[in-house]
Design a protein around this ligand. Structure first.
Ligand SMILES: Cc1cc2nc3c(=O)[nH]c(=O)nc-3n(C[C@H](O)[C@H](O)[C@H](O)COP(=O)(O)OP(=O)(O)OC[C@H]3O[C@@H](n4cnc5c(N)ncnc54)[C@H](O)[C@@H]3O)c2cc1C
Length: 461
């Protein structure tokens, strides 16, 4: 058994030298300066050591890296922003295809579109598009990659007005498992385009995304903070208020811990419409209890996109579980608040991410995204630093997640889960969508080269 592995290592070492001289963006191997930084991702529990990290400078490097992995039968992982909590962006002993240097963004202000390379993050994207007063739905933390987020759907403050990130995708350039370079859009390879919008990183490496943009900003937004003692009443009010609010309002509810150690209900909000109308719309939320802090004010869109940055620091150990909520009933709120009162780490938090609006109006069969009619996504987020506490911290997340099962709408957003099982993933898509995804996977990646992800296995036969 030891022989083939030794042989593979030998071939790898020789070929890696060739790869080093061919790859424009550089190759990092164990022992190289910068290797450890390049293999680290948002979740510090992920400690995998790729045989080679290809820092891609362009499509040619992406194809070279993929060819190297396939030729040598090595695991292949794809990295954009490195925010995926399960850490699929990094592989053990294989080729990590790192697109994070490919972050070029070109805005067409007249056509209101932007083309962004497949390694850009939302901070870079927002900075470029806001220079023209434009934006599209994107994640709430600047360092989150556009690729991982868009390919699974993509939630953000603007989604109730403009749809999910993937609903704003016009086309994508894709390197497929066999090394071809395809365009996917409504008119070219439409089956691939359908699957890319919700099916995750299963179908190829996206080297650039073309998005539709919208005029955005200044917005009315910021943080609203209520005492934890008021959590029950605030969340009860929030449930009805947030789901009936106009599409211009993006709001989430967080049970969290303030820097001074006080537990609180924190409501990050963004009203992307006329400021005076926003004042009227937000008034009931700002007066549903006596706030500890009300920082809602007019600000640039890029500022509201940074307001939860500090509560999501890099380098922490992370374990997340998620489900779509059918309801936020008294009983559900009671379980959440009681669960959070026992939270074992101050950075751990519980998020209720409210959906509805434009995503719910997109016909279900238009994209691979499932559960468009969901009311809220619940995310139980464990964040801590000491590896000795892993078991305790993960137990807290799992217990609260399990206790909330009776209120589940049945599905979940794959990007918020640390370890979704294949069965749970299949059930979340529903059999019709899942089989359609499997058939497209078979067409574009029959050997399941792209399997380090929320994996959709190719259809058999
Ligand atoms: C702090 C934090 C905040 C978040 N906020 C939001 C939010 O507001 N809204 C939301 O919807 N989600 C949010 N998420 C979840 C986020 O959508 C996922 O973590 C997503 O995977 C991040 O994308 P990434 O490119 O950074 O991930 P990476 O870890 O780089 O990649 C994850 C996976 O995406 C695929 N992938 C990456 N790049 C490519 C590519 N170029 N081509 C093909 N496949 C690729 C691969 O399968 C890869 O394993 C958040 C996560 C974190 C940690």
């Amino acid at each position: 058994m030891a022989q083939p592995q030794a042989a593979r290592r030998e071939i790898g070492a020789q070929a890696i030298d060739e790869l080093r001289s061919a790859a424009r963006g550089g190759v990092l191997c164990p022992g190289d300066e910068g290797y450890d930084a390049a293999r680290s991702v948002f979740n510090s529990m992920i400690d995998r050591r790729p045989a080679a990290i290809v820092r891609c400078a362009g499509v040619a490097d992406v194809r070279r890296a993929l060819d190297f992995g396939v030729t040598h039968d090595l695991p292949v992982s794809i990295r954009c922003g490195g925010h995926g909590v399960p850490g699929f962006a990094v592989c053990e002993g294989g080729v990590m295809i790192d697109l994070s240097s490919m972050a070029g963004i070109r805005v067409d202000p007249q056509g209101r579109t932007a083309r962004a390379e497949g390694g850009a993050n939302w901070g870079q994207f927002d900075d470029e598009t806001q220079a023209f007063g434009l934006a599209t739905t994107g994640g709430l933390v600047r360092s989150t990659g556009i690729a991982g987020l868009t390919l699974a759907g993509g939630h953000g403050f603007l989604m109730r007005k403009f749809g999910l990130a993937c609903d704003n995708l016009l086309s994508a350039d894709v390197v497929t498992a066999d090394g071809r370079f395809l365009k996917a859009s409504a008119s070219e390879n439409p089956d691939l385009f359908w699957a890319l919008r919700g099916g995750g990183g299963n179908f190829g490496i996206v080297t650039s995304f073309e998005y539709r943009l919208h005029p955005v900003g200044p917005i009315l937004g910021g943080l609203l903070v209520y005492p934890f003692q008021e959590a029950h009443g605030v969340l009860k009010f929030y449930d009805g208020y947030s789901t009936q609010a106009p599409d211009e309002l993006g709001v989430i509810a967080v049970l969290g811990t303030l820097p001074d150690g006080t537990k609180a209900v924190i409501l990050p909000a963004c009203y992307a419409g006329a400021l005076d109308e926003g004042e009227r719309v937000l008034r009931p939320l700002r007066s549903c209890a006596a706030p500890l802090a009300d920082q809602i004010q007019p600000m640039p869109y890029t500022a509201v996109q940074s307001i939860i940055e500090q509560s999501n620091p890099r380098g922490f150990r992370n374990y997340w579980k998620t489900l779509y909520l059918r309801e936020l009933s008294d009983e559900a709120i009671g379980i959440l608040t009681e669960g959070y009162s026992r939270v074992p780490a101050p950075h751990s938090h519980v998020v209720v991410y409210t959906l509805g609006g434009a995503p719910a109006r997109v016909p279900d069969d238009e994209t691979a995204v499932a559960s468009r009619d969901a009311r809220h996504a619940l995310i139980v987020i464990g964040m801590w630093q000491d590896p000795a506490e892993d078991e305790k911290q993960i137990r807290w997340v799992r217990e609260l997640f399990e206790a909330m099962q009776p209120f589940s709408a049945g599905g979940f957003y794959p990007n918020y889960d640390a370890d979704p099982s294949a069965e749970r993933l299949a059930a979340a898509f529903g059999s019709e969508k899942y089989e359609r995804l499997r058939a497209i996977k078979r067409k574009y990646d029959p050997g399941n080269i792209f399997r380090l992800n929320q994996n959709i296995r190719p259809a058999e036969g």
